[in-house]
Design a protein around this ligand. Sequence first.
Ligand code: SF4
Length: 346
Amino acid sequence: MTELGRGCSRGCRFCAAGFIYRPPRLWSGPAIIDALQRRPQTIDRIGLLGMEMAEDRVIDEIIGYLRNQDCSLSFSSLRADRISPPLIELLAASRIRSVAIAPDGCSERLRRVINKNLSEEKLLEAAVALTTAGIVHLKLYVMVGLPTETQEDLAELVRFIGRLKREIDPIGRDRGRLTELTLSVNSFVPKPWTPFQYCSYGGLDPGEARAAVSSQPAIKRLRERIGYLRKHLGRLPNIRLKTDRPERILRQAILARGDRRLAPALIKCALRGGVLKKSLHEIGLTAHQYAVRPRDDDEIFPWDILDHRINPHYLYDEYRRAFSEKSTAACRPDRCRSCGVCGNVR
Ligand code: SF4
């Protein structure tokens, strides 16, 4: 296993790793190749970590080296807009059968909201190239309950999956085996130190979330979203739909933005089992106040005691930019000073 860097330069607005591990520290192409050269000579399969954020030029250098060395490749996931012809050739030669790509948002609009910025065309191109290269199992990860999400975003995902199947099924039929699609649908959990730390679990807009007196409207919204996808995609041939249970993920959403007052409720749960929500109620707390209540820019967060060097105003600006679907460029630590991390080394 060889890492191409640490942190991530992409700035997806939901992703804790992309913010708490700033600045991104990418190895140069020559440094990676030098490390690969020093591997034990019996090793001819190389795992690459962090391919999503490496520069195209660096990936091409590594691929060229691996092909010269007759090495095969493995990796955990790929960015759909990073799939180049040399990479596809190496994938085919490596006999990789399964690849995961993460559109994350159900529609192109939502992918702008979360700063993922992947177009439907890029996703389709990637799926066609991967199927042609012999991939027989394609996994797609999406979230429901993202801020501003509407039924129309989900309808776009349903249309996209139909289009995707019309593109890749003939390729599979010609080679005698269809590519199986797995669509993994996960309820979005707002995370500390991200621009979406201000959001509500369940994708309620701030007005709805304030009006809600419990976590039920959030759970109901997520169930409806998942139910819609089940209804429209669950029975299609050769597609597996994996969904979570929003009422279970609620626990994650409580813990993610929890504070020290949660401790007695957790101890109660640990000692006698039972439901976290109920234990919270017994000590005068609610799931709503941790998971669903929207936060404003003047909120003092429990995690403010940790200094990741990111300016909180930057996180709030990024949150606001999400609502106007404005994209933010990937990190360039040599020249960018936007979030407060680079050029501020202590
Ligand atoms: S200052 Fe710029 S390059 Fe550095 S971590 Fe922040 S956004 Fe990324």
